[in-house]
Design a protein around this ligand. Structure first.
Ligand code: FRU
Length: 507
């Protein structure tokens, strides 16, 4: 290379670096922009799709409309990360075609090349998604949703749609969508868990291309005041005992209104899901964790990611360049409380990559408006607060600012409930039901309460009692909450308080 050429290349590389740094900082500075939750740089996003871990990389795909900040003809957006917090947004993975919009679905590593999509020894990744055909829908037909496939031979970077689509035609049901596919080793076959209006239908396949119906579940069980969507079937372990978990999102009909995700515990024999009891359980009692599912191929742990919004107001929230974010990735586990089994969620351990300085205080007795001084010094305002308290009485955690906006997270001892009160949290007027106080039962019965609160610019995630009770709520404060205070009532002691600064992971 000549000196002149070298100079030109160096200048253009420097320019590209400067431009990308500028883009990064301008994105980071946008009003309400989540700093460590994934959000698309621009435009509309809903459900996480095709969550998959492969060759050291986490891929997320997502329902995406690249032309507006409201829902429209769906594509699959794409982002990757090696640590679940620093995400790189990539070109759109799947575009709508003559068969329809690309609705939600999943992705698998077809390690045995059962599909035959593999070539020259390359392992195919296969995406299984719902086609939603707007023409058939308009014509008032019932069969406008059916399932299709796409595959990737370059480790998930580009995708080719299968020429034989659709692989699972519609039998005449208006809601026939959101396939989540997993490998059932005992019978060497794929299982598709599909949302079919008011129940879940299971299908089986040896090659991902031909599917046979196996069974149905749930018509008489669980919450039913909305349509069932985005299921996930997972085998988990509780103290050496295998338990199957079936996630089912429902909209509307959540415990605090609008969209939410319930789950069932039971057994699955390769054909049928048999629940262990008839209880309705919720993975998250907040209003902003919907359509969440687990990653395929994530090793021994189940990693869950949800859409941090709610159909009740998702298209009205006051963000400008984009709409919505994902929850922080969570590790799922089974935990027992009062003799009953529950699905608990906790932030993934990778969260350490965004953790900054931390301070610890011990034995704060009967504080009233106890000011956490470290928060005032924390310029970006992002933090995790871990409290270890006695469960004797009420307590509250108050975030507020000079303009009178406040967000309160607390525990009501009499009703034995946790709550998040966002009624005066900032901008709330965009939808009548947004300014509310949300409640969640305390499931743990111990004498101590543990709280982990994760706060980003526009969201709060509460993990109580080691993730037995979870609440996720979005908020839109016009100004940063500059003060963080803790109050407890007589008898409650904060045994330990840990305040950790969190860092932005926008790149
Ligand atoms: C859930 C959902 C899915 C559907 C997708 C469409 O939020 O309604 O059932 O596939 O969104 O974007």
């Amino acid at each position: 290379m000549t000196k002149r050429k070298l100079l030109l290349v160096t200048i253009s590389l420097l320019l590209a670096a400067v431009l990308s740094a500028q883009e990064k900082s301008s994105t980071a500075q946008e009003m309400y922009r989540p700093q460590f939750h994934f959000s698309p740089r621009e435009h509309w996003m809903n459900d996480p799709n095709g969550l998959i871990f492969y060759k050291g990389v986490y891929h997320i795909f997502f329902q995406y409309y690249p032309e507006a900040t409201v829902w429209g003809p769906m594509h699959w957006g794409h982002a990757t990360s090696t640590d679940l917090f620093h995400w790189k947004e990539l070109p759109i993975a799947l575009y709508p075609d003559t068969l329809g919009y690309i609705f939600s679905g999943s992705a698998v590593v077809d390690a045995k090349n059962t599909s035959g999509f593999g070539k020259d020894g390359k392992t195919p990744l296969v995406a299984i998604f719902t086609y939603h055909n707007p023409v058939l829908e308009k014509a008032k037909r019932k069969d406008f949703q059916y399932q299709g496939l796409a595959f990737s031979l370059d480790d998930g970077m580009t995708w080719t749609k299968y020429a034989g689509n659709p692989v699972l035609p519609n039998p005449g049901i208006t809601d026939f969508r959101d396939p989540k596919v997993s490998w059932y080793a005992p019978q060497q076959k794929w299982i598709m868990t599909l949302a079919t209006k008011d129940r879940i239908s299971f299908f089986g396949s040896k090659n991902l291309k031909q599917w046979e119906k196996l069974s149905e579940f749930g018509l008489q069980l669980g919450a039913h005041s909305g349509v069932w969507e985005c299921p996930d079937l997972m085998e988990m372990d509780y103290q050496g005992r295998k338990t199957w978990v079936l996630l089912v999102s429902i909209n509307p009909g959540g415990p605090n209104g609008g969209s939410a995700t319930q789950y069932f515990l039971g057994n699955f024999d390769g054909i049928q899901f048999t629940p262990t009891d008839t209880a309705t359980r919720w993975i998250d009692f907040g209003t902003d964790n919907y359509a969440g599912v687990s990653f395929f191929n994530s090793g021994n742990r189940k990693i869950f990611l949800g859409w941090m919004s709610n159909w009740q107001y998702a298209t009205q929230v006051p963000t400008l360049q984009w709409r919505s974010a994902m929850t922080i990735p969570r590790t799922l586990s089974l935990k027992s409380a009062a003799g009953k089994l529950y699905l608990a969620s906790s932030p993934v351990t990778e969260m350490k990559v965004i953790k900054g300085k931390s301070i610890t205080e011990a034995n704060i007795t009967s504080p009233v408006n106890y000011l956490v001084a470290a928060h005032q010094k924390n310029e970006n305002g992002l933090f995790q607060l871990d409290l270890d308290l006695t469960a004797a009485n009420n307590f509250s955690i108050l975030l507020d600012n000079e303009t009178g906006e406040k967000l309160v997270i607390g525990f009501d001892h009499t009703s034995n409930k946790y709550y998040i009160d966002r009624s005066k949290s900032g901008v709330t007027s965009f939808e009548a039901g947004f300014a509310k106080k949300h409640f969640a039962p305390r499931l743990s019965t111990g004498n101590s309460i543990s709280i982990s609160l994760v706060f980003d610019q526009a969201s709060v995630e509460l993990f109580a009692d080691d993730g037995l009770t979870v609440m996720t709520d979005v908020v839109f404060p016009k100004n940063r909450y500059t003060a963080l205070r803790i109050s407890t009532e007589k008898g409650t002691i904060v045994r330990q308080l840990q305040y950790t600064i969190l860092k932005s992971s926008i790149q």
